[in-house]
Ligand binder design. Structure first.
Ligand SMILES: C[S@@+](CC[C@H](N)C(=O)[O-])C[C@H]1O[C@@H](n2cnc3c(N)ncnc32)[C@H](O)[C@@H]1O
Ligand SMILES: [Zn+2]
Length: 398
């Protein structure tokens, strides 16, 4: 088949062979690959996110129906069919050339009978599931913010299904473009630290809030930042009662130092956490960020099952994907925002101590302390910030 961009190139990722426009033709002024300039989008850098999607889909068992609602060349949905026992996938992309390449790839991989290809707007296609059963796995993967597609993504997801949503507008979510953040997510992010985690939690909160208006409870099963991708995968349960109780996990990041546990009842009872109200009950200081999702960003059993699956995934990025999911599983229990060793070292006027020594010392003091996927120099811990800072100050070099 020939296209206006010439003959497509074959690319292998995992067990799938897909077709893309020749990537050598689409580069930035310095000659580096620029997939966003290609007439049909395929970015090899996203392979880790697709490994994770395959692993999460496989946790649902057999007979799974998937909607890859912004499929590009179709690689995510096709890999789920070929590697995760997904029994039927709808691959959709508003770009007709993308749909044509996805169709070609389905045939090349011998799964045309398990795949149907559509070319329409994501919101319109998802909304067709209104009052219908929906799909067990839905993936929403636009250019930039996913905010305009979230409500319909929820509508398209079956009861107990998994909805994956990807936003690549990190500058908005991390608070560098405050107006855009408020317009898209009705949120602010002026958090004094852990801006990346706060951004991811704002995206998760946005899903919870939008789903609740539809009578659905969503609970994170795996959320992470990887390169420019902010990815939130949630389980959708069609239950207005559960949707209401999930709202107790929406809160704010304090802008002051008052915490629950110091007598003012500001937070959620973990001693170092989030506020229930947008300003401090004790001093009136407005929250620095929110609304955020304050619960765990993953589901331990699902992450562990996904990790097991990743052991068998046959892609060039499987090792990196396993490392990512391993870290997500271990840091999952700590809901407090990550704290950074370099920032604390600067404050204490010492050279940064090694991550391992900080983790060991916090554990010796009786706190949970784990490395975090958000940053190689940061720690997820339930230790109060002043304990963390004192620990770094003690261990740092002078
Ligand atoms: C980031 S790419 C998707 C990449 C793909 N999911 C993957 O894993 O390789 C975004 C895709 O969304 C498509 N798109 C943009 N707006 C859309 C809309 N409103 N409805 C459906 N597709 C849309 C674009 O044509 C593009 O192919
Ligand atoms: Zn206060």
């Amino acid at each position: 088949m020939s296209f206006v961009f010439g003959s497509p190139t074959e690319v292998v990722e995992g067990n799938a062979t897909v077709y893309t426009p020749d990537p050598r033709l689409y580069t930035d002024p310095r000659g580096r690959p620029a997939p966003w300039l290609s007439p049909v989008f395929y970015n090899p850098q996203g392979a880790v996110t697709r490994d994770v999607s395959v692993a999460l889909a496989s946790t649902l068992g057999g007979g799974v129906r998937m909607l890859d609602a912004m499929a590009g060349v179709g690689v995510r949905g096709l890999r789920c069919v070929l590697e995760a026992h997904v029994s039927h996938a709808t691959l959709n992309d508003v770009n007709p050339d993308a749909a044509a390449l996805a169709c070609l790839a389905a045939s090349r991989n011998g799964v045309s009978h398990l795949v149907d290809v559509q070319s329409m707007g994501c919101n319109a296609l998802c909304a067709l599931s209104d009052y219908g059963r929906g799909y067990d796995v839905v993936d929403i993967d636009p250019f930039g913010s996913a905010a305009p597609f979230i409500s319909n993504g929820v509508i398209a997801t079956a009861n107990q299904g998994i909805l994956g949503v990807c936003s690549t507008d990190g500058a908005n979510l991390c608070g560098n473009r405050p107006q855009a953040l408020t317009r898209l997510y009705a949120a602010v992010n002026r958090a004094p630290y852990a801006r990346k985690e706060v951004g991811l939690r704002i995206l998760a909160a946005n899903l919870v809030l939008k789903a609740s208006t539809l009578g659905c409870a969503v609970t994170p099963v795996a959320c992470y930042c990887y390169h420019t991708y902010f990815r939130v995968h949630v389980r959708v349960v069609r239950s207005p009662r559960k949707a209401s109780s999930q709202l107790s996990n929406i809160g704010y990041v304090p802008g002051c130092l008052h915490r629950d546990g110091d007598g003012d009842g500001n937070g959620n009872g973990d001693g170092y956490g989030y506020m229930r109200e947008p300003s401090c009950r004790k001093c009136g200081e407005p929250a620095s960020a929110g609304p955020v999702y304050t619960g765990p960003l993953g589901e331990r059993e699902t992450l562990e099952a996904a990790l097991k699956k990743l052991g068998a995934v046959n892609s060039a990025t499987a090792y990196a994907s396993r490392r990512l999911v391993e870290t997500l599983a271990s840091e999952n229990g700590v809901v407090s925002l990550y704290l950074d060793i370099h920032e604390a070292s600067k404050k204490a006027g010492v050279g940064a101590p090694p991550l391992r020594s900080v983790l060991d010392s916090l554990a010796d003091q009786g706190y949970a302390a784990y490395p975090t996927h958000f940053s190689p120099t940061s720690v997820k811990t339930d230790a109060p910030p002043e304990v963390f800072e004192a620990t770094v100050g003690r261990l740092g070099s002078r």
